[in-house]
Design a protein around this ligand. Structure first.
Ligand code: HH2
Length: 293
């Protein structure tokens, strides 16, 4: 296969019956948290009607896809039972599946939850455990052809921020993502189903997060689209000494630099603002690329 064919293939994501092209620019994934306790918007969209309205607003603002989550993974959080996760999630996925045309991703680590959400119209599974949390998740994704986000996390949400440690954070995260991608291929997934995510804030201290964002090319070269979730996270608060409500511009800076280094999906809470940031950063990146050819 030629280099340009490899590059083109790396800009296509297969998600059940859908094909997402990332060729015309990075995609914005709008966050819809149907939770009482998410670190930024917990409790705001816990009611299904409010979550659906919020999702519709994000689409109007320019979201290319939505990521719906019903279990917070903020540092220190405990897992919830699958029944509770489904109780929160399904009414929202059902309504959105009928009402909107953008692809729906579900942020879950549980195969039973993923399966019901796929039945109701979701086409991507965002698994922060990269298929390690539930032994049935890999087979489900392979069988259904859903898109899947494989994310790096050291430890689990309950304890991950207590003492994250790496000898070589970039090398270790890149090797983990390459290994998880190989595991997914070994159980029969098409590489085009896969997106990779270095997992900002998941078992990483400030220096680790900054190093990952400064060296995204190490993950881009793995050959699948890189998803980055920096939106309003604690590391921005640590650099700027600002609470979560005041981290929009810090998020913008991190999103712009991620796009410039090749991130292809940006998971954000503030879709309208980040859409402009992404388009501007992408325009400069394209100019830089065309001048270096
Ligand atoms: N970040 C969060 C949740 N899910 N998934 C991926 N793939 N990448 C991320 O960076 C990521 C993620 C945390 O953000 P949020 O959903 O707003 O918070 P909470 O986990 O508290 O619900």
């Amino acid at each position: 296969m030629s280099d340009s064919q490899v590059l083109r293939d790396s800009l296509v994501v297969k998600a059940c019956h859908r094909t997402l092209s990332l060729e015309s620019g990075p995609l914005i994934m709008g966050v819809v948290n149907v939770t009482p306790d998410s670190f930024y918007d917990g409790g705001r969209f816990g009611d299904p009607g409010a979550a659906v309205e919020h999702a519709a607003r994000l689409i109007e603002e320019g979201a290319d896809l939505l990521d719906i989550g019903a279990e917070s993974s903020r540092p220190g959080s405990d897992p919830i039972a699958p029944e509770e996760e489904l109780r929160r999630l399904l009414p929202v996925v059902k309504q959105l599946g009928r009402r909107v045309s953008v692809p729906l991703s579900v942020d879950t680590t549980k195969a039973a939850v993923a399966e019901r959400a796929l039945d109701e119209g979701a086409t991507l599974i965002n698994d922060i455990t990269a298929l390690r949390g539930d032994p049935h998740m890999g087979a489900l994704v392979a069988k259904t052809g859903a898109g899947v986000v494989l994310m790096h996390m050291q430890g689990n949400p309950k304890t991950m921020q207590q003492a994250p440690r790496y000898a070589d954070v970039i090398g270790e995260v890149a090797r983990f993502l390459a290994d998880r991608m190989q595991a997914a291929l070994d159980i029969g997934m098409d590489p085009k189903q896969i997106l990779l995510d270095p997992g900002i804030g998941f078992g990483k201290n400030l220096d680790h997060n900054l190093a990952i964002l400064a060296h995204l090319e190490a993950f881009v070269t793995l050959g699948r689209p890189i998803l980055v979730g920096v939106s309003r996270k604690a590391f921005i608060g640590q650099v700027l000494d600002r609470p979560v409500e005041d981290r929009l511009l810090g998020t913008a800076a991190a999103v712009a630099l991620a796009v410039f280094q090749g991130a292809r999906v940006l998971r954000v809470h503030d879709v309208a603002a980040m859409r402009d940031v992404v388009r501007m950063a992408e325009a400069i990146k394209r100019t830089a690329n065309s001048q270096s050819e």
